[in-house]
Ligand binder design. Structure first.
Ligand SMILES: [Mn+2]
Length: 416
């Protein structure tokens, strides 16, 4: 039988701090649901990272529930797996609450027998499609599930089969992620019709011999500055399956508003000249109803990146109707720092150690065991917010950890 379904992933609701971007990200999800209803898809897949955190804001939860209710009223079931962002460190997720309310079905079901993971398919009543999958975990820890997976039982099942997963695949990884390790293709169960992926925020479609159609639909909305700049919009896929079980994907773009990017090159300019150039440009730029991204890069002839003031240009752009203006000066440097070159080969820890070694000894006064001190402070600050810990408690804990490392007890008032 012919049917269609939507493959959504990486919604990351609640991922921006700025209300304007937070709203755009939520609008993008609503637009995706609008399209699913308009196209009368038979069901919707969400391949992880519906929420950006395990405890999203109440208003965001309310909006999500509203959208799932719209799908339910239109008889469109939703099948979902958790992504690395949906889970707290203690493996708790708000998705469980929504699943309990039957807003969607979490398809990660099965049992662990003799160290082997045996997954069960969830069958979609209307179409007969069989769906299963493995949740995503932080730090690619989900690879252990794949190692333990009883693949044969999945591979030998008949019918139209969908495998949902939330991790990158080693063989297909994009250039910018070359230092991250992903799941080798050989650990994916073979002989599925459709592999609904998430986690890699890039659109990717491939018919893999022996496997099936492997798809990453991209995020429904970019999740940070770089993604806003490069992706310019969100996306998901609508998949049509014919009588022979052949799946065709159609990428759907989601762009609630236009994203306008502008680069400024600081090479050979003083902070003031650069500032004037940006202000002058802002007066004539057509930014009405657009998200404006300013990327400032290069080496200033004089002055530090912090000397460049954006205040006036911001006011002009906002007055001219920009939805929001964001700038990125990560690649803007002062002349005195120009010579810093970083060799990024090897594991993250090695790169860290190398950079620290290269740059110690530059403090105006010599510090005893500076290298050890830098590592201790990195360790002390490398701690996530605990389950249920409030921001202020978390901040106080981090502050105490830092104070302890520097042995500053009594010098800094710990209650401040
Ligand atoms: Mn993601």
């Amino acid at each position: 039988m012919c049917f269609t379904f939507a493959h959504i992933a990486d919604v990351h609701l609640d991922c921006f701090r700025e209300p304007e971007l937070k709203n755009l990200s939520t609008s993008a999800f609503i637009l995706a649901i609008d399209k699913c209803i308009e196209k009368k898809v038979d069901f919707v897949l969400i391949a992880g990272d519906l929420f950006n955190t395990s405890m999203p804001d109440v208003s965001i939860l309310q909006e999500a529930v509203k959208q799932f209710n719209r799908l339910r009223k239109n008889n469109i079931p939703v099948y979902l797996i958790a992504g690395s962002h949906d889970m707290s460190n203690s493996q708790k997720t708000f998705l469980d609450v929504l699943a309990e309310a039957e807003l969607f079905t979490n398809v990660v079901k099965g049992e662990s027998l003799d160290d082997k993971l045996k997954l069960k398919f969830t069958t979609d009543k209307k179409t007969g499609a069989k769906i299963t999958g493995i949740l995503g975990k932080k730090g690619a820890l989900d690879i252990e599930y794949y190692r333990a997976l009883n693949r044969e039982s999945l591979e030998n099942e008949g019918g139209y089969k969908i495998f949902m997963f939330h991790c990158g695949i080693e063989e297909y990884k994009p250039e910018f992620l070359k230092h991250t390790s992903f799941l080798p293709l050989s650990l994916l169960p073979k002989n599925m019709n459709y592999y609904a992926g998430g986690h890699i925020h890039v659109v990717f479609v491939r018919d893999e011999p022996g496997y099936g159609k492997i798809v990453f639909p991209g995020p429904t909305y970019p999740c940070n500055f770089k993604e806003l700049e490069t992706l310019k919009m969100g996306s998901f896929c609508i998949v049509s399956v014919d009588d022979f079980g052949v799946s065709r994907t159609e990428k759907q773009d989601i762009a609630p508003v236009e994203i306008f990017t502008k680069k400024f090159n600081a090479n050979g300019k003083t902070a003031h000249i650069l500032e004037d150039e940006i202000l002058l440009w802002s007066k004539t730029a057509d930014v009405k109803n657009k998200v404006v991204l300013l990327r400032i890069l290069g080496t200033l002839k004089e002055g530090a990146p912090t000397d460049v003031s954006f205040t006036d240009a911001y006011s002009v752009l906002i007055n001219n109707g920009a939805v929001i203006v964001k700038r990125n000066t990560a690649k803007l440097i002062s002349r005195e720092f120009e010579e810093i070159k970083v060799d990024v080969s090897g594991e993250l820890k090695e790169v860290e150690a190398r950079i620290i070694k290269e740059h110690i000894g530059k403090a105006p006064e010599s510090i005893a065991d500076e290298e050890g001190l830098v590592f201790s402070i990195l360790d002390a600050l490398d701690s996530d917010k605990e389950e249920g810990e409030t921001n202020s408690v978390f901040e106080a804990r981090m502050k105490k950890a830092a104070v302890d490392v520097f042995g500053l007890k009594g010098i800094i008032d710990e209650d401040s």
